[in-house]
Every structure is written in structure tokens, then in C-alpha cells.
Design a protein around this ligand. Structure first.
Ligand SMILES: NC(=O)C1=CN([C@@H]2O[C@H](COP(=O)(O)OP(=O)(O)OC[C@H]3O[C@@H](n4cnc5c(N)ncnc54)[C@H](O)[C@@H]3O)[C@@H](O)[C@H]2O)C=CC1
Length: 293
């Protein structure tokens, strides 16, 4: 099978290339080779290469910048998925796509289910939701995975920022009232590979799923766990655990509003694949070990 991977140099795209390598010939144009905000160029690429599956890990992910950069965020997160979905519907091929906890309004303290009403609080969330809706309306076969708090051994992310700050700073204040599950890009790729294989045996599993590890924490809890695990792995930190203070979101204003409740109910995915997703702490341990070599 000849398949197309978009966003190969991102956190998730990089892992997907590793985990899906056995699926056949992978076309993975870089940003320099194909500007995904240029719909004419994307249409031309699809017509020329005729991929038999499309995996879209590309996105506009700068959540705060998106508040100003609405046109580009919309082009990448809404218009591109719509265009890919039209191609996949016409060619009867599978579209795999990633979405976000930021499509939900973030109120309450229950875990969101896939059919819950959405209500994005930011331009980024609105643009991701528009992408999901376009795919769902297109009639193509799709697997959409809504995930949260993505990090990885490579790329820019919270884990790597904390490791850097933990070596430089004597004290830190971290938001403690946004609750969710940190998700390694590697887990996303691993589960995506399982889901595609399952789809190939049984296309009825197509649909929208939440994908994250089990358990929940705050950004403050995540930071503390990073410091605890890094210390155990021999990383020398300047920060002492009791100098890492939790603050409310209201004391850390950002251009984009973030949901306080990003808990995702995972049962639909666990049932579809017959798996139990691992706990977020064990996933951090794997990713830290990979990062520290
Ligand atoms: N990073 C996070 O915390 C979260 C991410 N997600 C979703 O997961 C998916 C993967 O995210 P990450 O791997 O973290 O993103 P990333 O920011 O690491 O990678 C995005 C990729 O898109 C590519 N890209 C962006 N604009 C482009 C353009 N104009 N032309 C060509 N390529 C372009 C970048 O080069 C990069 O390879 C996305 O759909 C994102 O919305 C969902 C929840 C949280």
C-alpha cells in the first residue's frame, strides 16, 4: 500500500513514521516540499501520487498565536482536513486524523465522551473542531483521535521545558487547576498502528475516538512527576520539589483560554481495540528514559 503521512517532522508525525513503516511505501513530504496551507498544491500532490491511505499529523499547534493568526490556523486545522477528506471519500481510502481536548468547553469534572457537546474556548479549538466536522460530513472512512497534552523525546513540549527549567531555576510556579492526561507521541503512534490494522480487518471500527493514557493530573502534578522521575534517573536538578508551587490559571493569563477539565473518557477506544491503555506515569517513565538515552 502507498500511503501519505503529513507532518512527518512533528512530534506525532515522527513517531508515526517509525510505527507505521511496515504498512507499505510511505510518502512523507516535508514542509519545504509541500506547503499544506496551499490547497492547490495539496490537491495537485494528491492527484499526482494517489495515496491509498492518508495520515494527517500536520496541524497549526501554536495555541496562543492562533488567536491572532486565525487564517493560517483555519487553513491548516479546518480547510486541510476538509480537502483530505474529500479526496479520501472520492477514492474510498482511509483518513487518519488527530484532534484535541480543546474542542470541549472544559467545565465540570467528568471525563468527556466522544458524543458530548463541544464548545471550544479558543481559535485553535474552534479550528480543530471545524476540521473534525468536515471529515465527519465528507462521507469518507476515518479514524479521528482526540488526544491531549502531547509530549515526546523530540520537539518542543512541556516535559523538555521542565527539564530545562529544573536545571536552571530555584523555584517555579505551575498551573494546578487544569486537569488532563499527558500523552506521549509514541503512544499515539503505537495505538494508531493497532487501530489501522483493526480497521483493515473490520472497517466498522471507523470513527471518532479519545486517545490518551489512563489517569489524570494537573500541569503542576506533571511537572512534579517529571522532576521526581528525572532525579531517580540521575538528572541533577537545581529545583527542590517543595519550591514547585501550584497556581490557579487566573494567575497565569495567556492569549488563548484553556479548558480546566480536559479529562477524556477512553472506554470507546479500549473496547474497539480490546486493550487497556497504560497509566500516564509509566508513559512518562518510558519517554524520559528515551530522551535521556
Ligand atoms: N501538541 C499537543 O499538545 C496536542 C496536539 N494535538 C494534535 O495532535 C496532532 C499532532 O500534534 P504535534 O505532533 O504535537 O504537532 P507539531 O506541532 O509537533 O507538528 C505539526 C506538524 O505540522 C507541520 N506543519 C505545520 N504547518 C505546516 C504547513 N503550512 N505546511 C506543511 N507542514 C506544516 C509542521 O511542520 C509539523 O511537522 C495535531 O493534530 C494536533 O492538533 C492534540 C492535542 C494536544
Amino acid at each position: 500500500m502507498k500511503w501519505l503521512l503529513l507532518g512527518v517532522n512533528g512530534q506525532v508525525g515522527h513517531e508515526l513514521q517509525r510505527y507505521l513503516s511496515s504498512m507499505g511505501k510511505c510518502l512523507a513530504p516535508t514542509r519545504q516540499q509541500l506547503d499544506l496551507s496551499n490547497s492547490a498544491a495539496v490537491t495537485h500532490y494528491l492527484a499526482e501520487h494517489q495515496p491509498e491511505m492518508v495520515v494527517n499529523a500536520a496541524a497549526y499547534t501554536a495555541v496562543d498565536k492562533a488567536e491572532e493568526d486565525v487564517a493560517l490556523a483555519t487553513a491548516l486545522n479546518a480547510d486541510l482536513p476538509a480537502l483530505l477528506a474529500d479526496y479520501c471519500a472520492q477514492q474510498s481510502v482511509l483518513l487518519v486524523h488527530y484532534s484535541s481536548d480543546y474542542v470541549y468547553p472544559g467545565n465540570g469534572d467528568h471525563a468527556w465522551q466522544e458524543e458530548d457537546p463541544t464548545g471550544p474556548l479558543s481559535v485553535y479549538g474552534q479550528s480543530k473542531l471545524a476540521g473534525d466536522a468536515a471529515i465527519q460530513a465528507s462521507g469518507c472512512d476515518y479514524l479521528i483521535f482526540r488526544t491531549s497534552w502531547v509530549y515526546s523525546a523530540r520537539g518542543h513540549n512541556f516535559m523538555k521545558t521542565m527539564l530545562r527549567l529544573g536545571k536552571d531555576k530555584q523555584q517555579l510556579t505551575i498551573v494546578g487547576d487544569q486537569i488532563g492526561a499527558p500523552t506521549p507521541a509514541r503512544l499515539i503512534a503505537e495505538v494508531t498502528a493497532q487501530a489501522i490494522r483493526r480497521y483493515q480487518q473490520n472497517p466498522a471500527i471507523k470513527g471518532l475516538y479519545h486517545l490518551a493514557p489512563r489517569g489524570q493530573t494537573s500541569w503542576h502534578g506533571f511537572a512534579c512527576e517529571i522532576f521526581d522521575q528525572a532525579s531517580l534517573l540521575g538528572v541533577e536538578l537545581s529545583i527542590a520539589r517543595d519550591r514547585v508551587t501550584a497556581i490557579p490559571t487566573s494567575e497565569y493569563p495567556t492569549p488563548a483560554t484553556r479548558p480546566l477539565n480536559s479529562r477524556l473518557d477512553l472506554s470507546r477506544l479500549e473496547q474497539a481495540l480490546g486493550i487497556q491503555l497504560p497509566d500516564w506515569r509509566s508513559q512518562l517513565s518510558l519517554t524520559l528514559s528515551e530522551h535521556l538515552g
